[in-house]
Design a protein. Structure first.
Length: 314
């Protein structure tokens, strides 16, 4: 088949990498790169689109048809198809790694999954930077708000940088405070569990404390929101990955929960703020409706619609 139906057919390309599947604690997990790709494909197919994956012959036979390049930038140096293209998400860490990338007339849009990262890339790539996010399936992540609970607070520990300093400053005071309040908690360490175990923990939990320096989307916390679990999130406001000084002379603003609203819960910046904000959070626990936020803002439909808006605009 060489004919493309505009508004229906979408050509996507993803080059698999050795780190797409990672063995960890006897569990097989997939990389963030591959997660974005698979969720995009699912959203598009559920939206009624025909998705052709890595079909080079079809792209060459239809050189005016757009294509989507998803994943790491390894494929860019040797990319030789003439088709106009959308790049991303998850290509480069910073635009300085390839400042002339979007000067290639084939490349029409560069996808970013959050506002703070878009601000970083916009300074170099300009108006070709657009926002897109992976959708969260509310059929897969069901509403568990009324399930029987045995955990008051599920602490999601995704502290990645300088753990020897940050854990005593943030995780330990949170645990101590909850103990003093007489609340039962469970600490979930990032990377230690499977999705099935995560779902089971969510079903037993009334709420979540999310401890992470920054996210470019944060699908795990959004899966909790989809399950109707309110979250109180540490959001200190800066990109703390040790690579950042290589790209900027000044700190780069970032967010730990880039898609979030007052429906979802509360945020705190300093650990000294945590007790007061947690009191507010706990007193209002039943009034939050995070699932509603996900259904409206982070659905498969919105993900597919956003991608297609740019794809079919080329």
């Amino acid at each position: 088949m060489n004919n493309i139906e505009k508004g229906k057919d979408i050509l996507l390309f993803y080059e698999k990498h050795k780190w797409d599947y990672v063995e960890n604690y006897s569990k097989r997990t997939i990389s963030g790169f591959y997660s974005w790709y698979t969720l995009l494909v699912r959203a598009l197919k559920e939206g009624g689109y025909r998705v052709y994956e890595n079909n080079y012959d079809l792209a060459r036979a239809n050189p005016l048809c757009p294509v989507g390049l998803v994943g790491t930038p390894d494929c860019i140096p040797g990319w030789n198809l003439p088709n106009p293209a959308i790049l991303g998400p998850s290509m480069y860490n910073h635009p300085s790694q390839n400042p002339t990338l979007m000067q290639d007339k084939r490349f029409k849009y560069y996808l970013l999954t959050c506002e703070w990262l878009k601000n970083v890339f916009f300074k170099v790539y300009g108006d070709k930077c657009v926002l897109w996010h992976a959708g969260i399936s509310t059929d897969e992540w069901i509403d568990i708000k009324n399930h029987k609970k045995s955990i008051d607070v599920l602490i999601y520990d995704k502290i990645r940088w300088e753990r020897e300093k940050t854990v005593p400053l943030f995780l330990e005071p949170v645990k101590k405070y909850l103990e003093e309040k007489g609340l039962l908690y469970f600490v979930l360490h990032y990377g230690d569990i499977t999705h099935d175990t995560y779902k089971d923990l969510l079903s037993k939990s009334r709420s979540m404390v999310f401890l992470c320096e920054h996210e470019t989307q944060g699908m795990a916390y959004q899966e909790a929101l989809a399950s109707n679990i309110p979250i109180i999130a540490w959001d200190h406001g800066w990109w703390t990955d040790p690579v950042w000084p290589a790209y900027s002379k000044t700190p780069i603003p970032a967010a730990s929960v880039p898609l979030f609203s007052s429906e979802c819960g509360e945020k705190f910046k300093m650990i000294s703020d945590f007790p007061k904000i947690f009191e507010k959070f706990w007193s209002r626990l039943d009034s939050y409706n995070p699932r509603q936020f996900i259904q409206r803002e982070v659905s498969f439909k919105k993900s597919a619609d956003t991608y297609c808006k740019y794809y079919f605009n080329i």
